[in-house]
Design a protein around this ligand. Structure first.
Ligand SMILES: *Cc1c(COP(=O)(O)O)cnc(C)c1O
Length: 346
């Protein structure tokens, strides 16, 4: 049997034996009563790491985004976010269904400027406009290929937001990767924002969980929205223990994934016909495009690669995403790139 190299997402990782042992031994209590010691420890540790007063556990990053939007907006408001943001593309319209807001996408390639934000912001209390009340930044930006948003741009965006009276939210599901790539601590990346979301189930390799951090008042409000959406859990310490273990043992190895992504991307473009700007390969994600001159499209390439043991995601008709993570080695990434190049050459 050919070995299976799964590059569809950094969420496909298996918990390690050591992580499972940490989960098995976790101290637990009823988290709806605030009595789960492991969850409390994780929340305190992450609030500190992220430089915020408080933090609250959420079962998924999707719920973290829904809760953040609910906490910082009112139904009928408009939220400005980068084009192809997760909240607009990957959450089944949850922003509209759960928070009652519409998302106005601006910018390109995972980024937008403070000037673009200013131009897109609608005035409040105008007869026919929805009120723009929140700006969201996604860092790293998934669909743009895991690019890191430059922090000087973030500072300008958040300064304009304050000037215009907009709340600020950082979707940092992969903020750990942004920190590893930029060398800036997550607290600095999160500092200009009212609320920040981080995930444990992506590059950190835990089986689940996200968290929102912010002021005590905002986190108390977020906790109420979490409960309303059905996200308040009981003996959650089993999950929290996995997240704590990931912070101890997996956080520091993220640069390996970034190096593997670069090796994969360079091997893929070497002499191959794919459209891939290597400057976008900054973290663990590689998004590439198939030129119109190629007969093969992304779903076909993905299916043929699967038959040869390499799993990648067709992200669009001619767009493919591959994600590196702790369950793939350098050699497997090189092999996967060779398989894709073979198929593209055929
Ligand atoms: C994965 C992801 C989410 C959602 O996380 P889930 O745990 O899969 O619900 C939110 N934002 C970004 C940028 C993501 O990549």
């Amino acid at each position: 049997m050919t070995e299976r190299i799964d590059l569809r997402s950094d969420t496909v990782t298996q918990p390690t034996d050591a992580m499972r042992a940490a989960m098995a031994g976790a101290l637990v209590g009823d988290d709806q009563y605030g009595e789960d010691p492991s969850t409390n420890r994780l929340q305190t540790r992450c609030a500190e790491l992220l430089g915020k007063e408080a933090a609250v556990w959420l079962p998924t990053g999707t719920m973290a985004n829904q809760v953040a939007l609910r906490t910082l907006t009112r139904p009928g408001d408009e939220v400005i976010a980068c084009r192809e943001s997760h909240a607009a593309w990957h959450e089944l319209g949850g922003a509209a269904a759960n928070a009652g807001v519409q998302i106005h996408e601006i910018g390109q390639g995972g980024r937008f400027s403070a000037d673009e934000l200013r131009a897109a912001t609608k005035p409040r209390n105008f007869a026919i406009f929805p009120s723009t009340t929140l700006v969201e930044v996604e860092n790293t930006h998934n669909r743009a290929g895991g690019v890191v948003v430059p922090q000087d741009e973030v500072l300008r965006i958040c300064a304009v937001a304050r000037e215009l009276g907009l709340a600020t939210f950082l979707d940092g599901a992969r903020l750990w990767n942004a920190s590893a790539a930029s060398g800036l601590p997550v607290s600095e990346l999160a500092a200009p924002f009212d609320l920040v979301a981080v995930a444990f189930s992506k590059g950190l390799g835990a089986p689940g969980g996200s968290l929102l951090a912010g002021s005590k008042a905002l986190i108390a409000a977020a906790g109420r929205h979490r409960h309303r959406l059905g996200g308040a859990m009981r003996q959650n310490g089993i999950f929290a223990a996995a997240a704590l273990h990931a912070l101890d043992f997996h956080l520091a190895r993220l640069p390996e994934d970034h190096a593997n992504a670069r090796v994969f991307a360079e091997a893929l473009v070497a002499g191959g016909p794919v459209l891939l700007d290597l400057a976008t390969v900054q973290t663990n994600i590689v998004v590439f495009h198939l030129p119109a001159t190629l007969a093969i499209d992304a779903p076909t390439l993905s299916a043929q690669a699967r038959a040869r043991g390499v799993l990648v995601n067709a992200f669009g008709p001619r767009t493919v995403r591959a994600v590196m993570h702790l369950d793939v080695t350098r050699a497997q990434c090189q092999h996967a790139a060779a398989v894709l190049r073979d198929l593209l050459a055929a």
